[in-house]
Design a protein around this ligand. Structure first.
Ligand SMILES: [Zn+2]
Ligand SMILES: [Zn+2]
Length: 134
């Protein structure tokens, strides 16, 4: 009786090195960009994000600062605000405490989210149409 040949390969499952952690990515519907979870606060407070908000809501859009719990700032006011030492200290504090950033779905009104999604749809459609035309 010939023994069933079993090469007995080491079925090693490749594991990523410990230093590489799977960092979760979060998709910002406003900026249509992915950012890393640990960068959440920075992204939510960035001008990039708030300019996008203005692009959707128009010049009269109001901006909130999660770190300082300030609300109803114009874009210029907001830009000034995030350059202040006080704001930067609070933002650092949030990062140090490992507090989760609040998602755009919670910070923006339902109406605003609706506008963002509508805009995204329109952008997507436009891209597909131009693609079809070649
Ligand atoms: Zn964003
Ligand atoms: Zn602030």
């Amino acid at each position: 009786m010939a023994a069933v040949q079993n090469p007995g390969k080491n079925a090693t499952v490749k594991k990523p090195p410990n230093s590489v952690k799977n960092v979760a990515k979060i998709y910002c519907i406003l900026c249509r960009k992915e950012y890393l979870k640990p960068d959440g606060h920075e992204h939510m407070h960035s001008m990039l994000h708030h300019r996008e908000l203005e692009a959707v809501l128009g010049k009269n859009a109001l901006h909130d600062c999660q770190a300082c719990k300030k609300s109803s700032l114009g874009l210029n006011e907001y830009a000034e605000h995030i350059s202040t030492a006080q704001h930067q200290a609070r933002l650092k504090d949030l990062l140090a405490k490992n507090i989760k950033p609040v998602s755009v779905f919670k910070t923006l009104s339902k109406e605003t989210i609706g506008k963002v999604l509508k805009r995204n749809k329109a952008l997507k459609k436009r891209r597909t149409e131009s693609f079809e035309k070649g």
